[in-house]
Design a protein around this ligand. Structure first.
Ligand code: NZQ
Ligand code: ZN
Length: 380
């Protein structure tokens, strides 16, 4: 096991009706900007709950943070925040609203253009922020990450800020999620676990079993959610599994991959694919191309997650990869680039971008532009 420091200070406020606690969670003297997406919160009643809870606070609102939040939109929020001397931000919505808010929080005390913060990779200063999360997927509610897009140049990069002060997760807010969004989110959650698990064996029994438990939970709840999206306990597990998949808990002392995510971000930036949909295409292909390197872990994964114990190693590995692709297909997602109308041209663009930047992703730092090309070709 590698050395590590673990300190996750986000207060998780979980359950039915917990949005009312906002009035005590945000200090009364704060000047608050509440940020929203495109209006889902008005349809499902979350907006009214937030308004009611904050009726005695000094608040302004910012609307219109889009899926895959763009720097172009966020600059407007930063200007508004500076003008109004905002010193607390509350994101209400999905991961995009919160990710965007993480940049607004860093952009308000920053003198230059906020895109510089994204390129620097780590915010040096930030005002405090918190969330009411209505879409279980990103884990953004309990991590420091945020992914920001730039429409102008078709780029999409992650950066880190501090952790949210608190996040309120009420499973009832997920009852209104569209089926496709749920499918994409389950794919995202699954791949978050895989990025921190599908590396090498023997690093930590604890992290391995934790990860395998989360993967099995996602596989178990996915078909049940399709049947009954208003089962409270089911949706509670759905919300919690998303948070636990990416809140630093399952990465203690172990190596991580993240190549699938980095390639997926390019597909989103160039073609607008929803994040989870991009991962459903890239992950099986990554496993196919790197199956030699990941051999032992693929065998362990096949046995412990899918119960694959029969046949030669080669056959068991193939089966584990097929079952993984099958899981994404069972969600109703495409797993091939051709199904999305994406071909060689995009593959070459991504390979060129990676080669030009000199990136080396993956736990062995060997996913270069050329390897990314091989992965994407195997996803055609
Ligand atoms: O904008 P509104 O109207 O609110 O609608 C949203 C949006 O259209 C809707 N929605 C959210 N909650 C809803 C709802 N509709 C009905 N009922 C509800 N309860 O869902 C749509 C998608 O929302 P979005 O926030 O974009 O989805 P998600 O949470 O999956 O976030 C995706 C973004 O997060 C980044 C992705 O790259 C992408 O930009 N990621 C962030 C990470 C992080 N911060 O750690 C890690 C992830 O790997 C990921 O990269
Ligand atoms: Zn993700």
């Amino acid at each position: 096991m590698n050395n590590f420091i673990f300190q996750n200070p986000t207060k998780l406020v979980f359950g039915k009706g917990q949005i009312t606690l906002l009035k005590d969670l945000i200090p009364q003297e704060k000047k608050v900007m509440v940020t929203y997406g495109g209006g889902s919160v008005k349809k499902n009643g979350v907006y009214n709950q937030v308004k009611e809870a904050l009726k005695d606070h000094d608040i302004i609102e910012f609307w219109g943070i889009e899926p895959n939040p763009t720097i172009e939109t966020l600059r407007k929020a930063i200007t508004l925040g500076k003008e109004n001397k905002i010193d607390f931000l509350l994101a209400v919505g999905g991961g995009s609203v919160l990710d965007g808010t993480k940049l607004i929080a860093a952009g308000i005390p920053y003198e230059g253009d906020a895109w510089e913060i994204v390129l620097q990779g780590q915010a040096k200063e930030s005002i405090p922020f918190a969330s009411v999360m209505t879409l279980p997927a990103t884990g953004s509610e309990m991590n420091t990450g945020a992914v920001i897009s730039r429409t102008e140049t078709k780029e999409k990069y992650g950066f880190n800020n501090q952790y949210p002060e608190f996040s309120i997760l009420d499973p009832e807010t997920t009852y209104s999620l569209p089926a496709h969004q749920i499918a994409c989110s389950l794919s995202d959650i699954y791949v978050h676990v895989m990025e921190q698990y599908m590396t090498t064996t023997g690093q930590s029994r604890i992290m391995d079993r934790w990860a395998e438990g989360l993967l099995q939970t996602v596989i178990e709840i996915a078909p049940q959610i399709r049947k009954n999206q208003t089962d409270y306990n089911l949706m509670a597990d759905y919300m919690l599994v998303a948070t636990l998949a990416l809140n630093d808990m399952i990465r203690m002392g172990v190596s991580q991959d993240w190549a699938t995510h980095m390639i997926g971000h390019e597909l989103t930036a160039l073609h607008g694919l929803t994040h989870g949909a991009s991962l459903a295409i890239v992950l099986p292909a990554t496993l196919r191309v790197l199956k030699e390197q990941k051999k032992d872990k693929l065998l362990q994964y096949g046995e412990r997650v899918f119960g694959i114990t029969e046949g030669s190693e080669e056959k068991r590995i193939e089966e584990a990869i097929e079952k993984t692709e099958g899981f994404f297909r069972s969600l109703g997602l495409n797993t091939r680039l051709s199904e999305e109308g994406i071909g060689e041209e995009t593959i070459n663009t991504i390979a060129e971008r990676f080669n030009k930047a000199g990136v080396t992703y993956g736990e062995k730092r060997n996913v270069t532009g050329n390897v990314a090309k091989e992965i994407l070709r195997s996803a055609l």
